[in-house]
Design a binder for this molecule. Structure first.
Ligand code: ASP
Length: 596
């Protein structure tokens, strides 16, 4: 039977009890981790969110009633225990924060009992994730997930405090808004009052934060919940949290500066890691050329080199063909991998094919300086020597070449670089390497839609010096857009916004919006801009990803209290679920037969 805690007050969390409390009476409350009855003496490990504390029951100390209750204790019972703190008789348990003490119980109340849980509540659970997520409220009791939740809370608190100190106002924007087809798919909410009309859940507070700048709030932030109905990948969730901000009367540098200081503070306080400022900056062009990626992992080198010029006269069809179609030949040097067995090289070739490569050429430099090369038939020893030299190749190195259209070459070598780093164990989880990538292209051509789309979003400001090319060479126009990258993951991004009506109209025209469509979708923003708009810029972090990197979690689900799985469902609540026909009638919604 469950007892009440009437008259009792918790005095400490489990690990708040220390040797300094020896001799004192404490009252602790929590869950029974484990209970061992050694006849005459019962050991209980009590757990709360702070950790574990050992409690000892002996009938002579706690009395017959409490002792007989203690005999009934099972894992996950919720109890209140009052007792006296003592140094451990049996020696210190180094594995436990409270390993030097124990509490000798005087009184026990069983506040609630527990059925046998479907899996043990312990760190590094081997339990299948589906089962953990079905019983997420139990999974959330596990110390490793609790640690993630606590760090998440600390990061949010730090960000709030820092931004408030810097003069940012926390303002909530609506989560029932108008749908805008640009970007990812919206989640829709039907309106009962306006049958046939829908709200959308925001993909980001973008338009609203820009409006706030129009309204004079000059520095805004929000921990904003955002929704995107995309095909899910392992590191995506349909709903996620952004640390979202917008600033007026600023340019790129101002946004980067304040964010560098924010990151420095978070990483110092949470990870005790000193982040040297300024954070390295690469333009998008440079990031692609040197790392084949717009979010390069800077924890290791292995940079790409363009060797097109050196092989331009070769008869090797793979190189020749790539150059003839306007592509390039680029290579990376996997240092010290010259003796890689053929089988392993073949596996790398297969890996490269997964990113669109037709193959991968290689040149291994043997320890004696001779070469083992997949295209040696087409090159003289001297030519191989020049290539090796250009790539900094030394005896014992392995040079890997991709030849194709630039886009494919970057994708292949950018990913191959990462794969090699994984194989060579170069990616340390506790090393944090930040990078700004700036000057992204304004537009990207979509083959599928047969037109340009915005690389960031339609409100991103082009670089002043490139705007003149907007009609003649739109693909070459760079934007005042930036991403913040941590260990090869984009953790945030933003841009300076267009605040001039003529540039905005032109941009929307290029993106294929008619005047009417633009007015219909973002009319309220375009109108607002007619009434005095300050230059402004902003940025948003994906909070979930930041936490994931900080705690070294393998899955984004481990840093979200109640996450969804790959098909966007919640295994615990079983959302989404069909609704009552009456609810549908009220909304005047019918479900077509073929979807049932
Ligand atoms: N709204 C943008 C995003 O969600 C961020 C920004 O431009 O501030 O990616």
């Amino acid at each position: 039977m469950a007892e009440s805690m009437l008259g009792l007050k918790r005095s400490h969390r489990c690990t708040e009890v220390t040797t300094a409390d020896a001799g004192k009476e404490v009252t602790v409350m929590g869950w029974v981790q484990k209970s061992r009855n050694k006849g005459g003496i019962i050991f209980v490990d009590l757990r709360d969110r702070s950790g574990l504390l050992q409690i000892i029951f002996e009938e002579s100390e706690c009395g017959a009633e409490s002792f007989s209750k203690a005999e009934r204790l099972r894992s996950e019972f919720v109890v209140a225990i009052t007792g006296v703190v003592e140094s451990r008789a049996g020696g210190v348990n180094e594995n436990l924060a409270t390993g030097a003490i124990e509490v000798r119980a005087r009184d026990l109340r069983i506040l609630s009992e527990s059925e046998t849980p479907p899996f043990p509540i312990e760190e590094n659970s081997k339990t299948k994730e589906e089962l953990r997520l079905k019983y997420r409220y139990l999974d959330l009791r596990r110390p490793d997930i609790q640690k993630n939740m606590m760090i998440r809370s600390q990061v949010a608190t730090l960000a709030r405090a820092f931004l408030a100190e810097e003069g940012f106002l926390e303002i909530e924007t609506p989560t029932m808004i108008k749908s805008t087809p640009e970007g990812a798919r919206d989640y829709l909410v039907p309106s009962r009052v306006h049958p046939g009309s829908f709200y959308a859940l925001p993909q980001s507070p973008q338009l609203y934060k820009q409006l706030l700048m129009c309204s004079g709030y000059d520095r805004y932030f929000q921990l904003a919940r955002c929704y995107r109905d995309e095909d899910l990948r392992a590191d995506r969730q349909p709903e996620f949290t952004q640390i979202d901000m917008e600033l007026s009367f600023v340019d790129v540098d101002d946004v980067l500066n304040v964010n560098e200081r924010l990151l420095k503070k978070i990483f110092k306080e949470i990870c005790n890691c000193d982040l040297p400022l300024p954070i390295e900056r690469l333009t998008w062009r440079e990031a692609m050329d040197r790392f084949g990626s717009d979010k390069p992992d800077m924890r290791f080198g292995m940079e790409l080199n363009d060797v097109s010029e050196l092989v331009k006269d070769t008869e090797f069809v793979v190189f020749k063909g790539a150059l003839e179609m306007g592509g390039s030949v680029r290579a990376i040097n996997a240092e010290g991998q010259g003796a890689m067995p053929r089988k392993k090289i073949d596996a790398l070739v297969e890996y490269a094919k997964g990113f669109g490569a037709k193959g991968l050429a290689y040149l291994a430099i043997n320890e004696d300086g001779t070469y083992k090369c997949s295209f040696s038939k087409f090159m003289t020893e001297e030519e191989l020597h020049i290539l090796a030299e250009a790539l900094g190749g030394k005896p014992g190195d392995l040079l890997l070449f991709a030849a194709d259209k630039d886009k494919v070459v970057f994708d292949v070598l950018g990913n191959l670089r990462l794969e090699l780093a994984r194989q060579l164990d170069l990616l340390k989880k506790n090393e944090f390497k930040f990078l700004w990538v700036t000057e992204f292209p304004l537009l990207e051509y979509s083959e599928e839609q047969g037109r340009y789309t915005a690389m960031h979003h339609p409100f991103t400001m082009p670089m002043d010096e490139d705007w003149a090319m907007i009609d003649t060479n739109p693909g070459a126009v760079r934007a005042k857009a930036y991403d913040i990258v941590l260990n090869g993951t984009e953790i945030g991004g933003g841009s300076v916004r267009i605040h001039q009506g003529d540039i905005q109209s032109k941009m929307l025209e290029i993106l294929g919006f008619s005047k009417e469509q633009a007015q219909e979708q973002f009319g309220f923003l375009l109108d607002a801009f007619k009434f005095g708009v300050p230059p402004h810029a902003g940025l948003a972090y994906g909070l979930d990803r930041v936490i994931m990197l900080i705690v070294g979690a393998d899955s984004i689900r481990d840093v979200i209290a109640f996450p969804k799985v790959k098909d966007a469902s919640c295994l615990m609540s079983e959302a989404p679920a069909p609704v009552d026909s009456k609810q549908l009638e009220e909304l005047r919604i019918g479900i077509s037969k073929d979807s049932e």
